[in-house]
Design a protein. Structure first.
Length: 339
């Protein structure tokens, strides 16, 4: 056990279900007491926590693959931090751990839900992104769900985000014939080509997605990694070659919609082109974790794989970080840093 524990911790609560875009009044930053961990638990001082698009779904009181956030309770999400008190075998003060109780300064974590991470392998924040759930999503979604093979032409929407930027690079590393990305600013488009090695990229705000995709992939696409949905999915269906495969990872274009979204209107193309569209949840692919870490750590060390983060400083800015993520203001993984 450790001495001189803090007496209180600030944490973000959901206090009202958002209707459409989340508002500041839907959230509250509150203080909670900190106590020594009970048997089998560790107290963690969070150093970084993650904000992710899926969290928007958990703010709605609807049945889904993961339970909704409870009102007037601390929200949850990936976090990495330092053990400051331990009442669990195998964990010592000073250990760095990854866990699921973000959105707070101090977390009382069951030891069985904490995973030690190596700060010498990569910066701790990387375990929330390129070496974490985000990275495994890209790895599993491309290789296992989309059945990527050498020579494929790959299209990625939301390509400058944490998942999308990694998908494109993994495809290039594994021999894609061509990788195309869509992003929401000219700066991000430039980054995709010059930093992340995409063969082509376009700003979806500059014109119809279908037209820009046809110009970037005149010979069609074989794999589509969908982080956006809507018009992007419709465009991909039009550009798919026969036996194309789509990983449906996210649909950020409609998470805050209050009216039904019209696209895609060309779903019948699935039949003639014999397409496969498959949704994915990263939790179904936990068995890939050891191979994923080995591969990605190697590509990071060799310089073949690059990543960027957008860090927002201070727990008091947690809501603004989440809203910025939903608006597409991030490049790479969006994290809140508490150090």
């Amino acid at each position: 056990m450790s001495a001189a524990l803090p007496t209180s911790s600030r944490e973000w609560h959901l206090v009202r279900r958002p209707n459409g875009w989340p508002e500041a009044a839907d959230f509250a930053l509150r203080e909670a007491p900190v106590t020594a961990p009970a048997e089998g638990r560790v107290l963690v001082r969070n150093l970084h926590f993650s904000v992710d698009p899926y969290m928007r779904g958990r703010m709605n009181d609807v049945k889904s693959y993961t339970p909704p956030f409870k009102l007037d309770h601390p929200m949850e999400g990936g976090a990495v931090g330092e053990v400051v008190a331990s009442n669990a075998e195998g964990f010592a003060v000073g250990d760095h751990v990854l866990h699921g109780l973000g959105w707070r300064e101090y977390a009382d974590v069951p030891a069985k839900h904490a995973v030690k991470v190596d700060a010498s392998l990569a910066p701790l924040s990387a375990y929330l992104g390129v070496l974490g759930m985000t990275g495994l999503t890209a790895y599993a979604g491309l290789f296992e769900v989309a059945s990527f093979k050498e020579g494929d032409t790959v299209f990625v929407s939301g390509a400058a985000g944490a998942v999308g930027s990694q998908v494109g690079q993994l495809a290039k590393i594994k021999g894609a014939a061509r990788v195309i990305g869509s992003a929401g600013s000219d700066e991000k488009v430039k980054l995709l080509v010059e930093e992340f090695g995409f063969d082509a990229a376009f700003n979806y705000k500059n014109g119809p997605v279908a037209q820009q995709l046809r110009e970037a992939a005149p010979d069609g696409i074989d794999v589509y990694f969908d982080n956006v949905g809507g018009e992007h999915l419709e465009a991909a269906l039009s550009s798919f070659n026969v036996h194309g495969r789509a990983t449906i990872c996210g649909m950020i274009a409609q998470y805050n919609a209050t009216e039904p979204t019209p696209a895609p209107r060309n779903l019948a193309l699935v039949i003639g082109k014999r397409l496969r569209l498959q949704g994915m949840l990263v939790g179904d692919h936990a068995a890939l974790q050891p191979q994923f870490v080995q591969d990605v750590a190697g590509w990071l060390a060799s310089g073949e794989l690059k990543y960027q983060e957008t860090a927002v400083e201070g727990i008091e800015n947690g809501f603004e970080a989440f809203l910025g993520l939903m608006r597409g203001e991030n490049t790479g993984k969006m994290i809140v840093s508490l150090v």
